[in-house]
Design a protein around this ligand. Structure first.
Ligand SMILES: [Zn+2]
Length: 508
């Protein structure tokens, strides 16, 4: 075992020649693991067998998942019909009834196949032509505004579908992004106005229980989601789906392309929710990073997050940063986003991070991210579709050479017409990942999840079991007493144990 580990170190050291070695020890390789690894290598060339193998492969947690972009487009169309929505004939944007002369009832999709497929294409990447007049970036982001009305009354249905997909894809945790109470937050922000002194602005928003009322309303929305989730999956009945007990949490997503007081008010709501409601674990900033307002206020947003996170220690931070290419923004704007997300906002995870090699002093930044154990949520399919970045152009392996932890993610699998297996396939075919690298990615994507509880592992990115479980067979049916106690007390450790059990099953 010691020899093996030394050999592994030697291999890594060769790869990272000239760089600081930042890859900590991994769990000891086993012969079962060797066989599974050989099987993956045999399947590398053939796409069909590879996808099947990776569908069964345990794939950690999905840490970068926008609920409305994750649900299938077919479901969104179904919701539109059920809710009697109207669809604009020219833009294919859904809205509430009654329908005007320039709109058609969504129910027309039931009888008019051409209309159905036009809506499907407008609301997703289905049939998208990368050589057409519209860029993948623009088409992708435009879909959300077209279908958003369809999501209004179905958050719980969507959560049920997306959690069910994750479980069936052999994932063990879902952290999905959602916003709440948009009108109330905007009204409060407008009334309060902007104040460069964040403590004063926060105080004004909290005064008289104004924000507390919104927090209560957001929790009531969440109760309603959960009730709808339970109904959709028949939870609490003899026919209950296994997804009823699947671990899921929300991150609060804040649109960044709007007035600074509105961004601050949404951030405040997200941080407040994370502090008082265990269903919310983190905050994130979303929307195209190259939007003119998002660019103008990027530094301001980072200082807002950095200010608030110190006041709300239970709420964790992950940020979209570096979802850019040089074509999307002026040269000066690609130099610092990831660094400021890490150093000023204190992000524990970075979404995308694709533009890292364009940042000032990129190698030092990567070493800093490795030292701080900042995981990069890496949605390979989304990056290919939106940014046109894939294969050797993608920085995934560059990050790995510095020891930066990677978690594969779907981003918006519904819009992408994709799933997490496809991202793992890309990781093998385009990023040349080995079996053990994939296993490390799966473990990291659970361990860097914001789900509550102590880890099964000894330290961040050190995948040796904690002392309580060191004497037990990893993922075995009969953990020792202390290990059993940990799994009982910690939702995170329980999810990690379930994944280890799945690895044992796969490798046997
Ligand atoms: Zn995203």
């Amino acid at each position: 075992m010691l020899i093996r580990r030394a050999m592994l170190f030697a291999v890594c050291a060769t790869v990272v020649a000239g760089l600081t070695m930042a890859v900590p020890a991994v769990a000891a390789p086993s012969s079962a693991e060797d066989r599974a690894s050989a099987r993956l290598d045999a399947l590398r060339a053939g796409p069909d067998g590879l996808a099947e193998f990776l569908r069964a492969f345990p794939k950690g947690g999905d840490l970068h998942n926008h609920l409305s972009g994750a649900v299938s487009t077919e479901s969104l169309i179904r919701y539109s019909v059920a809710d009697g929505l109207c669809i604009d004939k020219a833009t294919l944007t859904a809205s509430a009834p009654p329908c005007t002369a320039t709109q058609r009832p969504a129910s027309d999709t039931n009888t008019d196949k051409a209309f159905y497929s036009a809506v499907l294409r407008a609301w997703s990447m289905e049939g998208f032509d990368p050589n057409g007049p519209e860029s993948g970036h623009d088409h992708f982001f435009a879909t959300f505004g077209k279908f958003v009305a369809a999501t209004d009354r179905h958050k719980g249905d969507m959560l049920a579908e997306v959690a069910d997909i994750a479980r069936r894809q052999n994932q063990f945790y879902l952290e999905t992004l959602i916003s709440r109470q948009g009108s109330a937050v905007r009204a409060l922000a407008t009334k309060t106005g902007f104040d460069a002194d964040f403590a004063v602005m926060r105080r004004k928003m909290l005064d008289g229980g104004a924000m507390a009322k919104i927090v209560t309303a957001a929790q009531a929305d969440t109760d309603a989601d959960y009730a709808q989730f339970d109904a959709a999956l028949k939870c609490g009945t003899p026919a209950a789906s296994r997804t009823c007990v699947f671990p899921k949490r929300y991150d609060y997503q804040v649109g960044r392309a709007t007035d600074p007081e509105v961004v601050f008010a949404h951030l405040l709501l997200g941080f407040e929710l994370g502090q008082v409601d265990g269903r919310y674990v983190g905050v994130n900033l979303v929307q195209p990073e190259g939007d003119p307002i998002a660019l103008r206020d990027y530094h301001l947003h980072m200082t807002m997050v950095g200010f608030l996170r110190k006041l709300y220690p239970k709420t964790r931070v992950t940020l979209h940063a570096g979802e850019l290419t040089p074509e999307l923004v002026p040269p000066a704007d690609i130099l610092f986003h990831i660094r400021e997300a890490v150093e000023i906002a204190g992000a524990e995870r970075i979404g995308h991070g694709v533009a890292v090699r364009h940042e000032t002093n990129a190698a030092q930044l990567a070493r800093e991210m490795a030292d701080r154990h900042v995981l990069v949520e890496t949605p390979l399919t989304s990056n290919a579709q939106i940014l046109g970045v894939s294969g050797p152009e993608h920085p995934m392996r560059w990050y790995q050479r510095f020891g930066v932890p990677i978690g594969l993610a779907t981003d918006d699998a519904g819009v992408s017409r994709s799933d997490i297996t496809a991202d793992y396939v890309r990781a093998v075919t385009e990023q040349h990942q080995t079996y053990r690298q994939l296993k490390r990615i799966s473990r990291a994507s659970l361990d860097h999840g914001f789900i509550q509880g102590a880890s099964l592992w000894r330290g961040p990115d050190d995948f040796r079991p904690v002392a309580a479980c060191a004497g037990s067979v990893l993922g075995g049916a009969n953990p020792g007493q202390r290990c059993k106690q940990l799994l009982h007390d910690s939702p995170k450790a329980a999810a990690e144990w379930a994944q280890e059990a799945a690895f044992r099953a796969l490798e046997s």
